[in-house]
Design a protein around this ligand. Structure first.
Ligand SMILES: Nc1ncnc2c1ncn2[C@@H]1O[C@H](COP(=O)(O)OP(=O)(O)OP(=O)(O)O)[C@@H](O)[C@H]1O
Ligand SMILES: [Mg+2]
Length: 223
């Protein structure tokens, strides 16, 4: 099976503190991998290093078989990677409808995946807020918009950093049910999630980040 992500010996951190210490990671295409770990373990640091937001100090990253080590975020995005970042989103002062339109325009043609009607069915609340400025939405609504936007880009590899934070239980359940389906159909998913039960329910495999490495190791798929 092709690896959507194949990472060896990845190290990264911040001035004076190394967070990832020679981490190995394999995510087979078409699967969902959930990443657990205590607060401050380095989950966000890992996603940032994968998406070119933080420069690794060592290691190799292959994305769908191609060497992507050290590539800039816009290159990774063009190759089909998308990130839903953790915490408060930063939105341009555009309406919800405008954000959805922009995401729809940026998507890669010919890729399968949800369209505007699908994401509005998933998040009916956004349908009620189409004319609202995105930076004036509630935290939960912003979370839905961040997810909707990422889905509309039709990524091949979707990185989700605690995407259920601030979502109501019913919405969480709908998104959780969608992820395995999405992975099979079009987008491999790397999900950071703190709740073990939710991670286990959604993911094909679950791994734990501690001391800058993953336990258990995620496998030995070839690049
Ligand atoms: N911009 C930064 N500059 C310096 N240190 C940072 C920075 N961001 C994170 N850290 C530190 O790096 C370590 C890993 O943080 P990170 O945010 O990756 O953890 P996390 O697993 O995502 O935590 P959480 O579950 O709280 O989101 C922590 O010790 C944190 O304090
Ligand atoms: Mg984090």
């Amino acid at each position: 099976m092709t690896a959507a992500l194949w990472v060896r010996g990845l190290s990264a951190g911040y001035a004076g503190s190394t967070v990832l210490r020679g981490l190995d990671l394999d995510v087979p295409a078409g699967t969902v991998l959930a990443l657990l770990g205590r607060n401050g373990a380095g989950k966000t640091t890992l996603l940032h290093a994968l998406f070119g937001l933080l420069r690794p100090t060592a290691g190799t990253v292959h994305v769908h078989g191609a060497d992507a080590t050290g590539l800039a975020t816009h290159r990774l995005a063009r190759s089909g990677m998308a990130l839903v970042p953790q915490g408060r989103r930063v939105f341009a002062p555009l309406t919800v409808a405008e954000h959805l339109t922009l995401a729809g325009r940026r998507r890669r043609d010919g890729r399968p995946g949800p369209d505007r009607a699908d994401v509005l069915a998933l998040f009916p609340r956004l349908g009620d807020r189409l004319a609202q400025r995105a930076d004036r939405l509630s935290g939960g609504e912003q979370q839905m918009l961040a997810l909707a936007r990422a889905l509309l880009l039709r990524p091949r590899l979707l990185l989700l950093d605690e995407p259920f934070e601030g979502l109501a239980a019913a919405v969480t359940a709908r998104v959780a049910a969608l992820l395995p389906e999405l992975a099979r159909a079009s987008a491999t998913v790397l999900l950071v999630e703190q709740r073990v039960e939710l991670a286990t329910a959604v993911a094909d495999r679950v791994t734990f980040l501690a001391d800058g490495k993953l336990t258990p190791p995620t496998g030995e798929a070839p690049p």
